[in-house]
Write a protein that binds this ligand. Sequence first.
Ligand code: NAP
Length: 254
Amino acid sequence: MRGQLDGVVAVVTGASGGLGEHFARLLAREGAAVALTARRADRIAAIAEDLARGGTRAIAVPLDVADAHAIGPAFDRIQEALGPIGVLVNNAGVGGEGLALDLSVEAFDNTFAVNVRGTYFAAVEAARRMIAAGVSGRIVNIASIASHTVLPGLSAYCGSKAAAAMLTKSLAREWARKGIAVNALCPGYIETDINAEWFRTEGGQKQIRGFPRRRLMEPTDLDAALLMLAGPAAGSITGSVITIDDGQSLPGGG
Ligand code: NAP
């Protein structure tokens, strides 16, 4: 069976669990060769082995995106193993929790180092290689409804995701004639390690009851949009910041 990403090499950052693992498996199902990156080397290795057993060309390359200088060499390793990178899903992210009055400088810096600087330099290193290889590249930045909606108690996270949305547009403009589409997805709340603890609390349950549809989303709710932005359809979509949130950020939600 042919998938819409047959012959494409896709890189997913933060692929050791949660949405990143889901995206890696989704891209593999559509025929892509997949490079999984994250800090937890054992987890990405196990997922890559599982994908390989299913017939996907998959490798695991440990990478801390907060170490911007490590991104280029990691992408070189990926290209040596799988060929030119065609898709980057910039998914690695941290919650950056903490009320502003309590947030340490270190926690703030880490949020921006991963969610903003890591996203930016992973996009740059991917684009550099796409341009050199003459590939029509696709970069999908995983932002959040926090890009445009205040999530109470998450000021650093909101700031970082707003930055991720704007750098999506800026880079899309810069690379518009280089054949690279740069877009962002803004998901609503989906239960993963980033928020599971919160949704077990009474406050978290109350928040869910406040959403227009009184529920969290599922990772599969993002599949159609992710595949659209990673695939041929994005030939004429660039600089778009697309919210997929089950209505959670509509007035009266959240
Ligand atoms: P998660 O389960 O906590 O996954 C986060 C991923 O990011 C992990 O694979 C983690 O891998 C990786 N990561 C964290 N710091 C990293 C670093 N310095 N270098 C490389 N990888 C790093 O959370 P998730 O919900 O799947 O989040 C994935 C993305 O979706 C994030 O950008 C998040 O902001 C965004 N998002 C999530 C939701 C939601 O409701 N879940 C909603 C909107 C947006 P290692 O720890 O192995 O490095």
